[in-house]
Design a protein around this ligand. Structure first.
Ligand code: UGA
Length: 432
C-alpha cells in the first residue's frame, strides 16, 4: 500500500520504518528540512535500538522515503498516518494544534480516496474533529475515512514492540476503513482488536493511566514496606504470581517519567473534568508520583541532615534506560532541588547527556564515565537503571570512594550482596 506518515518523532518514524519493513511503500513527512536530510543520509534523529539499521535497509530498498513536501507525500497515498506531538498545555490538557494543522494539510493535498489514521494520543472525540476539518478543507471530491489506531510501543524497545506488540487497536466508524487498516497491519501477526473510534481513543488513555496507577501503587506499598520492615521486591513478586494482578509494572522506584505517562494522566484528569467527573484515583496517582520522584533527595536529607556543600553524583539521567529521552525524567527534579539545597551535582548518562544539558541546572558538572562521576562525589544517586550502571560492582564503589554512600532509586542490587561490602547502601522499599 502507499502510505504517508506525518511526523518523524518516536511514534511516526518507528511506524513508518516498520510499515516499510513489512512491504508497504512509505513516505515520511516532516517540516524540519535538516531532519529529513539527515534521515536520507541514514542518520536517525532519535536513539532507538535497531531503528537506524532498519531505516537504512528500507530506504535503500526504495520502500521508505522522506520529504518535507506534503503534496509529494499525499499525492497517491491510500493511507495517511498522523503521528505528530500532542504536547501538554499549562492546564494539563493536550495541545491539538499540530494535529489540526496536519488534518488541513492532508485535506488540501489528497488526490484520491484515503483512510486517515491517527496514531498520536488524542482526547476522546478528537478523531471526529479531525474528520470534520478534513471534510471542510478537502480540495478534491474524494472519500476520506478516519481511523483511530493508538500506539502502545515503549521508548527504548519501540522497534521490537512494533513487531511483537500485544494488540493492535483499530477504532473506526466505517467497516471498510477498518478492514483496510486491518489488512495493512496483518503482516505484523499481532492480534487485532476492532472497536468504535471513541473507545479506541479511550483505550489508549485508560491503558497508560492504569500502568501509571500500578507504578504509583507499588511505590506507595514500597514506602509502607520501609516503615513496616517488609521487602517490596518480594511483595511485588508474591503479588505478581496472581495472574489477575500480573508481574509486570510492579517495579518500585523513583516514579514514572517520560513523554507519555505524566502527560496522559494529566490529560485524562482534564478530559474527565470537562464532563464533570473528578478522577480522584488518577489525581492521587499523579501526586504519589510527584513525591516519589523526590524520594532519593528526601532519604539523603534524612541521612545527612543537610546536603549543603555535598557533591551528589546522579548516575543515569534519561527517564529510563535505552533512550536519550529526558522528558519528565526524575533526574531533572532531583538536580534542581539538590542545587537549591546547596549541593553540587555531577551527572552522567551513557546516551542522554546532550538532552540533559538542556534541562538540568547550569551548575551541573558532566563526566565522561560513571567512574569519574562517582570519584567526584560524596553521595551517589542511582537514577536510571542502564545496564552499564547496573554492571558497576560494589567492589568498584569501594575502590572509587572512601566512604561509598549509595541511594539506589531502581533497586539494582541484591540486599545480601550489599552487606558483604563496606558500602552504605539505601534502596527503595527494602531495609537499608
Ligand atoms: C509508555 C507505555 O508503556 C507504552 O505502552 C505507551 O505506548 C507509551 O507510554 C506511550 O504512550 O507512547 P514509555 O513511556 O516509553 O511507554 O516507557 P515505559 O517503559 O512504560 O516506562 C515509563 C516510566 O515508568 C519509566 O520512567 C519507568 O522507569 C517507569 N516504570 C515502569 C517504573 O517505575 N516501574 C515499572 O514497573 C515500570
Amino acid at each position: 500500500m502507499q502510505i504517508a506518515v506525518v511526523g518523524t518523532g518516536y511514534v511516526g518514524l518507528v511506524t513508518g520504518v516498520c510499515l516499510s519493513d513489512i512491504g508497504h511503500n512509505v513516505t515520511c513527512v516532516d517540516i524540519d528540512e535538516s531532519k529529513v536530510e539527515r534521515m536520507k543520509q541514514g542518520i536517525s534523529p532519535i536513539f532507538e535500538p535497531g531503528l537506524e539499521e532498519l531505516m537504512v535497509k528500507n530506504y535503500k530498498a526504495g520502500r521508505l522515503n522522506f520529504t518535507t513536501k506534503h503534496a509529494e507525500a499525499f499525492n497517491n497515498a491510500q493511507v495517511a498516518y498522523i503521528a505528530v506531538g500532542t504536547p501538554q498545555r499549562e492546564d494539563g490538557t493536550a495541545d491539538l494544534r499540530f494535529i489540526e494543522q496536519v488534518a488541513k494539510d492532508i485535506a488540501q493535498n489528497l488526490q484520491n480516496d484515503a483512510v486517515v489514521v491517527t496514531k498520536s494520543t488524542v482526547p476522546v472525540g478528537t478523531n471526529e474533529r479531525v474528520k470534520s476539518i478534513i471534510l471542510e478543507y478537502l480540495a478534491k471530491d474524494v472519500n476520506v475515512e478516519v481511523v483511530s489506531n493508538p500506539e502502545f510501543l515503549r521508548e527504548g524497545s519501540a522497534v521490537s514492540d512494533t513487531f511483537n506488540g500485544d494488540r493492535i487497536v483499530i477504532g473506526a466508524d466505517s467497516e471498510q476503513a477498518a478492514a483496510i487498516i486491518e489488512e495493512l497491519n496483518k503482516p505484523f501477526g499481532i492480534p487485532i482488536y476492532k472497536t468504535d473510534i471513541r473507545s479506541a481513543e479511550m483505550i489508549k488513555y485508560a491503558s497508560n493511566a492504569f500502568l501509571a496507577t500500578k507504578i504509583s501503587f507499588i511505590n506507595e506499598i514500597s514506602n509502607l514496606c520501609e516503615k513496616l520492615g517488609a521487602n517490596v521486591s518480594d511483595v511485588a513478586k508474591g503479588m505478581g504470581m496472581d495472574d489477575r494482578i500480573g508481574n509486570k509494572f510492579l517495579q518500585a522506584g523513583i516514579g514514572y517519567g517520560g513523554s507519555c505517562f505524566p502527560k496522559d494522566t494529566n490529560a485524562l484528569v482534564q478530559i474527565a473534568s470537562f464532563v464533570e467527573h473528578e478522577f480522584n484515583l488518577l489525581k492521587s496517582v499523579i501526586q504519589v508520583n510527584n513525591e516519589q520522584q523526590r524520594l532519593l533527595l528526601k532519604k539523603a536529607k534524612e541521612r545527612f541532615g543537610s546536603l549543603e556543600g555535598k557533591t551528589v553524583a546522579l548516575l543515569g539521567l534519561a527517564f529510563k534506560p535505552n533512550t536519550d529521552d529526558m522528558r519528565e525524567a526524575a533526574s531533572i527534579t532531583l538536580a534542581h532541588e539538590l542545587v537549591q539545597e546547596g549541593a553540587k551535582v555531577v551527572g552522567y548518562d551513557p546516551i542522554a547527556m546532550d538532552n540533559a544539558k538542556k534541562l538540568l541546572p547550569g551548575e551541573t558538572i558532566y563526566t565522561n564515565s560513571a567512574e569519574e562521576a562517582v570519584k567526584m562525589a560524596d553521595v551517589v544517586f542511582i537514577v536510571t537503571e542502564w545496564d552499564e550502571i547496573k554492571s558497576i560492582k560494589f567492589d568498584d564503589y569501594v575502590n572509587w570512594l572512601e566512604v561509598p554512600v549509595i541511594f539506589d532509586g531502581r533497586n539494582c542490587y541484591d540486599l545480601e550482596e550489599a552487606t558483604k561490602y563496606k558500602v552504605e547502601y539505601h534502596s527503595i522499599g527494602r531495609k537499608s
